[in-house]
Design a protein around this ligand. Sequence first.
Ligand code: ATP
Ligand code: NI
Length: 336
Amino acid sequence: MARELRCKDPIVEVRGLYVNFYTYAGVVKAIEDVSFCIERGETYCLVGETGCGKSVTSRALTRLIRPPGRIERGEIIYYPEPGKPVDIMKLSEEELNRIRGNEIAYIFQDPGAALDPLYVIGYQVSETMLVHGKIRKLKEGIGRAVELLRRTLIPDPESRVKAYPHELSGGMRQRSVISIGLANKPKLLIADEPTTALDATVQAQVMELLRRLKREEGLTLLLITHNMGLVAEMCDRVAVMYAGHIVEEAPVVELFRRPMHPYTRALLRAVPDPTRKIEKLESIPGTVPNLVNPPPGCRFHPRCPHAMPVCSQRRPPYTRVSESHYVACWLYPEKA
Ligand SMILES: Nc1ncnc2c1ncn2[C@@H]1O[C@H](COP(=O)(O)OP(=O)(O)OP(=O)(O)O)[C@@H](O)[C@H]1O
Ligand code: NI
């Protein structure tokens, strides 16, 4: 039932993705039939409450799902260049390692965990380049590291390359992580809540930086966030996820102007504290369901104020409500 994808020049296409986690408590059906494409050069956003599958989806793009997790099925096609598909599901680990951290790079939320406390920043930036054969000796990388730190607006980069992570502020550490992410000039940068741990001012600076890098380097950005303000500011298109499924996708202006799915509407009403994760939506009772036994049909139906009998029986198909606006909800049956 994978929906038709309509990117003109996709950098990534995902079709019918399913990811399970095999835990002692049972099989967690974390991702269910997720399909989307990312247009080369755009900023594509995944939003939704905590546990709805944003991180798992983004990690699956390079098969970065560790046991007990497993990609059950789905198609993941990466286009390093237009018209040159690479089937991610068919690559060997070795081939994947050449792409990960290189052409497709990640910036994770916690800069503490991404940096090694034992090594100076310059070393860590150079090492990423060395691993991917961009330089032959670590030393060669130091000059480039200084340049990258300068580009991520780290003041006095010549001395900061010699600093250990603990000698830097949280904002500087996250900029260093971004430098590492950018070291190999990725085509696709996946930023998973990159500013959640930072205060509002630094968060704004880091976002401005990402925007500038996107402009200057022609980067494609997949941004994961729970912050609707950031979505409005940064994104071209948005996918709203609920309990492992994309329930709505639209260009950002369209999503804010005409949210269709009851869950999207609730998200937009929630206006959460931007410094915190969306743990709970005040306007909608209940919480994200246990995904060992997800509700049948539409996974949102137990919390939906508009639930009808069909909602608990069958999963709603996607309805195309306008040019590039899709919603999976029985309130909007496909026009015959
Ligand atoms: N290692 C794991 N073992 C078991 N279940 C997992 C594991 N990792 C993720 N999951 C499950 O997969 C689902 C999706 O998790 P994911 O981390 O993608 O959510 P998220 O949308 O990124 O949330 P957050 O906003 O908190 O980062 C959750 O139900 C979670 O419990
Ligand atoms: Ni996450």
